[in-house]
Each structure stands twice: as C-alpha cells, then as structure tokens.
Design a protein around this ligand. Structure first.
Ligand SMILES: Cc1cc2nc3c(=O)[nH]c(=O)nc-3n(C[C@H](O)[C@H](O)[C@H](O)COP(=O)(O)OP(=O)(O)OC[C@H]3O[C@@H](n4cnc5c(N)ncnc54)[C@H](O)[C@@H]3O)c2cc1C
Length: 402
C-alpha cells in the first residue's frame, strides 16, 4: 500500500490507499460504504459538506412501494426487508433513532374521474406484473381510512406494507455504522479531479489533497453529472429543489401517508401532531452554491391541494418551509451501474425524489456486485447507457409521486 500524497499544511486525508473511494456521503454513499467495509474492503468516503447534509437528511422520510416504477420493485422490496430489520445493519441505537414505522400504509387518493381511471389501470397493470401489495380502494374505504377527507374522493390505491422513517437520523445512523465498520469518512472535502494513473489506479484530487483507489463510486447526488464530467462522461441529469413545509400541531387524525395521483399532494402527520407536506413542488436549485430556495407561490399550490383534499385543515398555519437538492434523470429512475467508458468507475445517483426508501438495498446490491465482479440483474434497468440520443432505451418512468 502506498501512502497518500498530501498538500502541505492541509488536514490529512486517508492514511493509505483505499480499495474503494466513494464520492458523496449521502445515504447511497454511506450505505455502499457500510456493506463494503463489512466485507473487509478499505473504503474512503469523500464528502464536500457533512454526510447526510443534502437530500438524504432533509427528505420526507417516506418508505413507499406505492406507485413505484415497476423497474425499481425488486430493489424496493429488498429495501423494505432491510428497513424492517434495520438493527442488524446499523445497530440498536441507530435503528431506534431512525424511527422506522412500517405497515402504517401509504394511500394515493383519486379526487376526480381521470385520477380514478388511472388508479384502476395501474391496479390492473400491477396485477398483471404480479405486484400484489397495491390494492384499489373505493371512496367509502378511503373515507374510512382517512377521516376528514373531502366527500368528493372517488377512491384510490393503498400499499399496506409502507410507512416512513426519520431521514436525518437514518442518514446519521448509516454514516455511523459505516464508520464503525471501518470506512473512513472525510467531510468538508471536495472532489475536483479524477484520472487514471499509469498503474491503473484512480487518482482522486480534492481541495484537501489526493487519494488513490482501485474503484471509485460516484454518489454525488444532484452533482453526479458534474462528477461524471470530470472524466468526460455525459449523463443527463436535472437538478431539482424539492420543497417541503411543516404546519403547527393538530390533533391526531391520520396514520397513513397520503399522496396525490395528479396533483402536488403528499403529507403525513408526525407523532407530535404537525403535518409534514411535500408533493414534488420545485424550488430554485443553486448547485454551485450547494443550496436551494423555496418559491412561495408554488408552495401555495401544494397547500391548496392539501386543503382541497382535507378541507378540515384550512385554518392550520404553516410554520416553516425547506428545500433539498435532488438529481432527476429523463426517465425518472436512477443511474446505478458501471461507467461504460471507464473500468473501475461506478455511477450511483439521480434518485428522482424517491431514493431514501431504496438506499439500504442499493448499498447492499452495489457492494455485492463490486465484490463479486458480476453486476446483479436487479441493476440492469438502471444502466448508465440506457439513453440513446437523449431517449430512454426502455419505457419511461411511471412514478407519479415524489
Ligand atoms: C425534499 C425531498 C423529499 C424527498 N422525499 C423522499 C421520500 O419521502 N422518500 C424517498 O424515498 N425519497 C425521498 N427523497 C429522495 C431522497 O432524499 C434522495 O433520493 C436520496 O437522499 C439521495 O441520496 P444520495 O446519497 O444520492 O444524495 P445526497 O444525499 O444528495 O448525497 C450526495 C452527496 O454528495 C456530495 N457531493 C457532491 N459533489 C461532491 C464532490 N465533488 N465532492 C465530494 N462530495 C460531493 C454532496 O455534498 C452530498 O452530500 C426526497 C428528496 C427531497 C430533496
């Protein structure tokens, strides 16, 4: 093992060459690091800010199979198994802090006939594919499960295994578990360059020195396409600032997470009583400054969709709003796979607003693929070369909710 080259006066980076360097310390990066480190590989995670600072720590915490793109199902189902036994992966304290609540259901509500016929088609399509966790509901059942909902509701879809967790604490739990397994997590360190050395290793240049590894994994989230460009690889990605708001506390009235089918609606009631409202509302992304802003006029449309479905909430004040940066691909599912141009480089980013739920299984499946040298078949729909001339090689995503 060779020593690291260090810039004079800078904080030391990794003590030695790593088997794998992961760029980005969000949930995907930390989950992959955890599984690789547990398998005995030396792993360094380089994180520009603080691990979990971006999408991974500020998301809505939804653990959802409901309305998921069928191509994601095999990974999403494995992810649910991991979430339900999280203690085995992140230890007792991390699992407790992550506040995983499964089998509280997620329900997509149909407020008009177009949404209802879409739900009926979707139920038939899922049935044909053998995906049986989604069940069609009529209006009476929705009103029973969601007291307070408008009498206009026509029905919907329910996925009973679904639920939610605490995203900031889960991101921290994955980071701590990866570090406890031996991964070296270097925070406040930005990757600026990437090149292959004559000996076939990757040299990773950062603002705090240089590190080397046999394999590099790009888990840079909304910045993933920028990292790919460091090695002249072009992957289509749009940065989105997904927005959230939280209200004051109201008496407990709803247990399932409620999402819209064709409207900006997604909310759950926290244990404290406040409503955490999302729905894919776009704010203003500022990638270079690594920040984003809510756009109040758009937040109003999300609040209006919530009140339209639940008129009883019309007097509940919104206390604060926030945004998180996420990468969105042209077909609504992430890039998870090896680079087609550069051996030893993987891309794992662009989770399009639904990567929290997938993350532990992504960690396990990517790590296993790298360790065995054979790509797991569940990753094939996510290959980085699935677009030709900007068009998806396979059908577009069918995921309606954020
Ligand atoms: C508001 C919001 C709500 C959401 N709700 C849900 C939900 O309910 N359910 C669900 O399943 N998903 C949800 N998501 C999506 C989910 O949060 C993301 O898909 C997931 O967190 C992506 O993880 P990541 O590790 O790819 O990205 P990130 O968490 O963004 O991590 C990428 C990291 O890479 C680092 N980085 C970037 N460039 C560099 C560089 N050059 N050098 C070093 N480090 C770098 C960044 O600092 C960042 O920390 C939501 C997202 C948002 C924003």
């Amino acid at each position: 093992m060779t020593s690291l080259m260090r810039q004079a006066g800078s904080t030391p980076m990794f003590e030695r060459r790593q088997d794998v360097i992961i760029i980005g310390g969000g949930l995907q990066g930390c989950a992959i690091a955890l599984f690789l480190a547990r398998a005995g590989r030396s792993v360094g995670v380089i994180e520009r800010t603080v691990a979990g600072r971006h999408a991974s720590g500020v998301n809505a915490g939804g653990l959802r199979l409901l309305l998921r793109d069928h191509r994601e199902y095999p990974i999403a189902v494995r992810a649910m198994e991991i979430w339900s036994g999280l203690e085995e992966f992140v230890g007792r304290a991390g699992a407790k802090a992550s506040e995983v609540r499964l089998r509280t259901s997620q329900i997509a509500i149909a407020m008009d006939s177009n949404e209802m016929s879409w739900a009926e088609d979707r139920a038939r399509d899922m049935g044909r594919r053998g995906i049986l966790n989604e069940r069609l509901l009529d209006g009476r059942e929705v009103r029973r499960l969601l007291p307070g909902i408008s009498s206009r509701v026509l029905g919907g879809l329910i996925s009973e295994p679904d639920g939610h967790a605490n995203p900031a604490n889960a991101a921290r739990a994955f980071r701590m578990a990866a570090a406890a397994a031996g991964a070296h997590i270097e925070e406040g360190c930005r990757v600026q360059g990437l090149e292959r050395t004559g000996s076939g290793l990757w040299r990773v240049e950062t603002d705090r020195g240089t590190a080397e590894a046999e394999i590099v994994i790009n888990c840079a989230g909304a910045w993933g396409a920028g990292v790919a460009r460091l090695v002249d690889e072009t992957l289509s990605l749009e940065a989105m600032a997904l927005s959230m708001m939280v209200t004051s506390r109201v008496e407990h009235f709803v247990t399932p997470v409620v999402i819209g089918i064709d409207r900006p609606l997604s909310f759950k009631q926290s244990a404290a009583g406040s409503l955490v409202i999302g729905g894919g509302i776009a704010g203003k992304p500022c990638l270079d400054e690594a920040t984003s802003f809510t756009i109040m006029d758009r937040m109003v449309s999300s609040a209006a969709a919530t009140i339209d479905a639940f008129p009883c909430l019309s007097d509940v004040p919104v206390l604060r709003t926030w945004t998180g940066l996420e990468g969105v691909t042209p077909d609504g599912i992430p890039y998870i796979g090896p680079s087609v141009r550069h051996p030893g480089l993987w891309h794992v980013f662009g989770f399009c607003g639904h990567g929290f739920q997938l993350s532990p299984a992504v960690g396990e499946i990517v790590a296993t693929s790298i360790l065995s040298g054979e790509r797991d078949a569940r990753l094939l729909p996510f290959s980085v070369d699935r677009f030709k001339a900007g068009q998806p090689v396979r059908g577009g995503g069918d995921d309606a909710a954020a």
